[in-house]
Write a protein that binds this ligand. Sequence first.
Ligand code: GTP
Length: 606
Amino acid sequence: IPLERIRNFGIIAHVDHGKSTLADRLLEKTGAISSNQQNKQILDKLQVERERGITVKAQTVNITYTHDGKTYLLNLIDTPGHVDFVNEVSRSLAACDGVVLLVDATHGVQAQTVANYNLAKARDLAIVPVINKIDIKHANPEAVCTDLHNLFGLDPESVIKISAKLGIGIEEVLVAIIKYLPPPKANREAKDFRALLFDSWYDKYRGALNLVYVNDGKITVGQEIQHHSTGKAYPVRSLSLLRPNEVQVDELLAGQVGLIGCNMRSSKEAIIGDTVFIKSLNVPEALTKIKSQQPMVYAGIYPSDQSKHVALRSAIEKLVLNDSAVTVSIDSSPALGQGWRLGFLGLLHMEVFCQRLQQEYDTEPIITAPSVTYRLRLKNPKMIKSNNGKDMIELSNAALFPEPINISEYYEPLVRGTIMTPDEYMGQIIALCVEKRGIQEKSVNIDNDRILMHYILPLSEIILDFNDRLKSISSGYASFNYEDYGFHETDLCRLDIHLNGKSVEELCRIVHVSKAQKLGRELVLKLKDEIPKQMIQIAIQACVGSKIIARETIKAYRKDVTAKLYGGDVTRRMKLLKQQAEGKKKMRMVANIRVPHETFINVLKR
Ligand code: GTP
């Protein structure tokens, strides 16, 4: 197929606006799948995707479609919609020449629609606007058209109205893709092969597979390729197209999207955005610059008991093979034992990872509440030897927080949040943002009853429950999206928890000064609930430095497990005492106080 009859496109949409359903319909219309596989959403391969109904890993399909007697090759690059996966969206867009912008006719433009539109615009991509779900009774496609016009300046005449579910308007979408999206700017005449690596996943038998968009020349099975950023070379063992199942081919040509199998051992070697070329002495220019993705959210993961340590380690290792955005380091805690500290791109990324850990590997790990990384400028850099004399340290583990007297400046990561809401909830949402230390950047009325607001918010404040609270305030109508806004100066402190005057390291945390009091109170009350009464009185204190900001006391008494027994059945009595003794083994001693394993789990976990 000649270049001018190829279209590389993605579908961008807010979660649940029907992207996977539309993709399925496009595949059916073009005969790539049979229509009796109704609603299978075959692009969402992973189990968690099915269950949560969200697309996690971008999947790609090559389809052919005949229009006006000419056959076209359409490469559909399915992009994930959620905030945490902005990286995957932008990497998929790198291989596209245009996008279908899909909007739900009942919900209209949402926060993510705006964010995705901006990504597409930044890449100068052509856009086919489509309104979905027109079959729903209260759908209001005209209002959505007005939104699209007001927000993005899109011509209402150019908007296609469809029902992906019922298969209405699908041909029109295919025709618009051919008519309004440009063919790839690839070079078939180029002597040397050059391709963009934009996705990779791990296959048990063939190693990390490379999904590439061929920019120049062609590649044939048996040739040797090299990766620009790592310099490593690999023999090409297999080439395939995805339709949507893999179809082996002998060569891939410029303009095509295909999969290279080259026995790559680890997906860490497949760097997204890398340039792949024929191994040669003259290294060609890279196609794009690689922007590395930094984890934004961290969580500790521990086995529920240490005998499961090895199984959990192998499960984490396997999953990380498939998700190079996750960072892993070894961690240990006196209460929870040996474990790991994992870094994620965002909260959803973390949840999806943990869910996969449980589902695919049948493990039940303890996952601690998420935290972020802070930066501290030291007054005397020599104080911390491991930092090699640099005056800025990065830190997410509160136990390593230096004495405040040694710190001159504190920095925390901020995000720019986009909130889209019906205006009746605006007051409560503003109150939520203020509580979360947010600062409003701007707010725009997009139509008679909806508002778009931009807030600068601390990441640490939104990773816990921001989205849930936003949804409950607005009965699910408000939507939220965020992007990185860099580190900014702030005021932090370490909140310590003391039991009878002794600090419990694993319970300490880094908090904003204005939040210490409230959080201290909450923790102290929670511990009072959790720690069982004992022979001695227990003072639970929350402290910042030497200042006590909250305190509760648990009165002493001896728990007599045999108290409920009448009569003198000795064996039963012995059994209960033995159970109690075993329970004690699982406790950690802090200043002569026995703190059950469960207490730590309940206080530390999400
Ligand atoms: P993410 O992958 O999470 O971004 O979701 P998505 O955009 O792929 O949405 P999906 O295709 O999973 O559709 C979400 C829901 O909307 C599903 O329950 C679909 O059955 C439903 N849906 C999709 N298209 C239509 C439509 O045209 N009409 C109606 N009534 N429902 C639709």
